[in-house]
Design a protein around this ligand. Structure first.
Ligand code: AMP
Ligand code: GLY
Length: 437
């Protein structure tokens, strides 16, 4: 095929299916819907906000079973599948879809180990000279306790596998590290806790960087900052993320280029060396320490809520770029442009989140999404009377853009008053790093 034919092929993108039900998938659907040539976006299973956006609908039957979704993709003649969350990626949904002839954005099971096994990701980093915190791994409690004793200082304890963001304990004392090791081997995390990673504790501001990969090449997106703790002042338990903003100012364009060379390129090359054709997102969570940037985690998908803050910054060609990645032909994609505004995301969570979120409350939303303010749903559903009801911990995110962070946060926080449900709570200090508060 000639280059022109390949470029024409990208114009054939009409129907997209997104797997997932969170705020991340809702925001991806919204961003893709802005591309004029796209006719329909199915979100499987989607949520109570999916159909609020033009061309977007939830796909029934609501099944997480790859076989059923593949059949639906074939019936609907889907051109592109985007798999949002890590669990189906780690379980090999992309492999099955590719075997069935579908064009998929999201890594195969082998590549998803970048997130699904912290030990595997650490080995990849060491093999490719990617800076990361020192670590040890252990397959039994006794072995882990022995390492802790030898090291004789508090270590960060991480369950090796996927633990829905709950498998990491940053310890202040040796006693806490001991408890965390026992917890990992107690069975609490299921098979994710068969192995433990003990890591040197490092310090510094955190930043997330993202690359869209086509197996060979990559495109870097604006960096973002997440807020993992539940409460203001970065206190309370870790959550999936209570808010985010982009671009993160803690690194500049030159730093981002350096980090691409230091972290993102070697990761993609390292994957290739292992025979992995990595198509999808590489998300690197970094800590900027006094001795240089270090990777604290990799994820194999967009961050949630970072994605909600990033999507409004994507140019209309985003859909074609994702399609080109999925086809392994990034060189034929149009140049991805970014809106140079500041984008912010505040998560509204339900009472009891993260331990035991209250569900079933009616939500009132008196905002219509527009080009500078978006309501992205996550844990919501619609009841038989057409009410929007809470159905999860992180209920929705309010996302705003402005020419400065002050303006974007003012817009977001002033509109937060137009959303309410029983027990709703959100952090007032999202973006404290870039605001005068
Ligand atoms: P993760 O689930 O891997 O994103 O880790 C959750 C949080 O734990 C990170 O966002 C960091 O704030 C913290 N963390 C992880 N690894 C380390 C480390 N080696 N030293 C200090 N903090 C860490
Ligand atoms: N916001 C963190 C994550 O998606 O893992």
């Amino acid at each position: 095929m000639t280059k022109n034919q390949k470029t024409d092929k990208l114009r054939e993108l009409k129907k997209i299916l997104i797997v997932g039900s969170g705020g991340r998938e809702n925001s991806i659907a919204w961003a893709l819907s802005r591309n004029q040539t796209i006719e329909q976006i199915y979100v499987c299973p989607g949520n109570g906000g999916t159909a609020n956006f033009e061309k977007c609908i939830c796909l029934n039957p609501k099944s997480e079973d790859a076989k059923t979704i593949i059949k639906e993709c074939q019936r609907l003649q889907i051109n592109l599948v985007i798999i949002g969350p890590e669990v189906p990626l780690a379980e090999g949904m992309a492999n099955k879809m590719r075997d069935a002839g579908l064009t998929v954005f999201g890594p195969d099971k082998e590549g998803a180990q970048l997130e699904a096994s912290k030990g595997w990701a650490k080995d990849l980093m060491i093999e490719n000279n990617i800076p990361t915190a020192k670590y040890w791994s252990a397959e039994s409690k006794e072995e882990a306790l022995e390492i802790l004793k030898r090291f004789n200082q508090p270590l960060v304890i991480k369950a090796d596998g996927l633990a829905a963001g709950k498998g990491v304990t940053v310890c202040e004392t040796i006693e806490q590290s001991k408890e965390a090791i026992k917890e990992v081997f107690s069975g609490k995390f299921g098979s994710a806790g068969k192995k433990v990673i003990l890591e040197e504790k490092i310090e510094g501001p955190e930043v997330s960087i993202f690359a869209l990969c086509d197996g060979e090449k990559l495109i870097v997106l604006p960096p973002a900052q997440d807020h993992k703790r539940l409460l203001e002042g970065d206190n309370g338990p870790n959550t999936g993320g209570m808010g985010a903003y982009a671009p993160a100012l803690v690194i500049n364009q030159k730093d981002l280029e350096d980090l691409t060379e230091l972290v993102l390129q070697p990761t993609l090359k390292g994957l290739k060396k292992k025979g992995i054709n990595y198509i999808g997102i590489i998300y690197a969570g970094l800590m900027l320490t006094s001795s240089g940037p270090k990777v604290i985690e990799f994820n194999c998908r967009f961050g949630d809520p970072e994605c909600q803050a990033l999507m409004p910054l994507m140019g209309e060609e985003f859909a074609s770029v994702i399609f080109a990645c999925a086809r392994g032909e990034l060189e034929n994609a149009p140049k991805l442009t970014f809106n140079n505004q500041c984008s912010v995301c505040i998560v509204a969570a339900s009472k009891g989140y993260p331990e035991s979120p209250q569900k079933g409350d009616k939500i009132n939303i008196n905002i219509d999404s527009n080009s500078s303010l978006q309501v992205f749903h996550a844990g919501t559903t619609i009841d038989k009377f057409d009410n929007i009801i809470t159905s999860g911990g992180r209920v929705l995110s309010l996302v705003a853009q402005g020419e400065s962070f002050e303006k974007a946060f003012d817009l977001a926080y002033s509109n937060m008053k137009k959303i309410n449900f029983d027990g709703m709570h959100f952090r007032e200090d999202i973006g404290y790093q870039v605001r005068n508060i």
